[in-house]
Design a protein around this ligand. Structure first.
Ligand SMILES: Cc1cc2nc3c(=O)[nH]c(=O)nc-3n(C[C@H](O)[C@H](O)[C@H](O)COP(=O)(O)O)c2cc1C
Length: 200
């Protein structure tokens, strides 16, 4: 079965909500999600790296803190140098998501940081594949998919409220769509690899 690892950090629960929606999308595509939540101060990432090594795709998620990935996420990224040298993630599919307080909040920088990180590992990056959902200057709807108009990765905005009520429905649905898209692509990629071996 196609397996998708979702490796993320969440300080206050909002990114955790989005990670679980990504996992729902993976399941909806008939694949198996593995949620791996980075804890503050975590230094041992052996299990995370082992699961990532055996996954068909890895989705990275981080809140945007001070315009970039959070410190726990960066700790994981640096620890992944252990597999960088052996290129164990080369040609795996990758994708990313982030949550910030402001509609922009400089969270594009978080997603480009994650995309560059994946590129350093030799991964193949998958964006949202969705048109912007709110692309006129009168709409402020929170219930439409890709309302923040992001292509390189999935963006969510959380107001200064509990993770039970924010991010809103549109962002949650966008996360489901990303999970589904990654899982479907990973299944095609896996099948293609099998056929290539059989044809050789
Ligand atoms: C240390 C810190 C830095 C933050 N920096 C930003 C920022 O640069 N841009 C922004 O829009 N929101 C920023 N926020 C707000 C968070 O991105 C927002 O609360 C988000 O929902 C947190 O996700 P989490 O609950 O998964 O930790 C920051 C919050 C904290 C605690």
């Amino acid at each position: 079965m196609t397996q998708v690892a979702i490796i993320y950090h969440s300080g206050f629960g909002h990114t955790d909500v989005i990670a679980k929606e990504v996992a729902r999308g993976v399941e909806a595509a008939g694949a198996a999600p593995v949620l791996l939540a980075i804890q503050p101060g975590q230094t041992d990432f052996g299990e995370f790296l082992a699961i990532a090594n055996e996954s068909d795709a890895i989705v990275f998620g981080s809140p945007t803190y001070m315009g970039t990935v959070s410190a726990p996420m960066k700790a994981f990224m640096d620890a992944s140098a252990a597999v960088y040298f052996t290129k164990q993630w080369k040609d795996k599919l990758g994708a990313g998501f982030t949550v910030s307080g402001s509609p922009s909040g400089d969270k594009l920088n978080t997603l480009t940081t994650l995309a560059i990180f994946a590129a350093q590992h030799g991964m193949l990056w998958i964006g949202t594949g969705q048109n912007p959902g709110n692309n006129d200057d009168t709409s402020a709807a929170t219930d439409v998919e890709n309302r923040l108009g992001s292509f390189i990765g999935m963006m969510a905005q959380a107001a200064n409220e509990s993770a039970e009520v924010t991010p809103k429905a549109g962002d949650r649905a966008t996360a489901v769509s990303l999970g589904r898209r990654v899982a479907e692509a990973a299944a095609r990629w896996r099948q293609g690899a099998r056929e290539a071996v059989a044809a050789a």
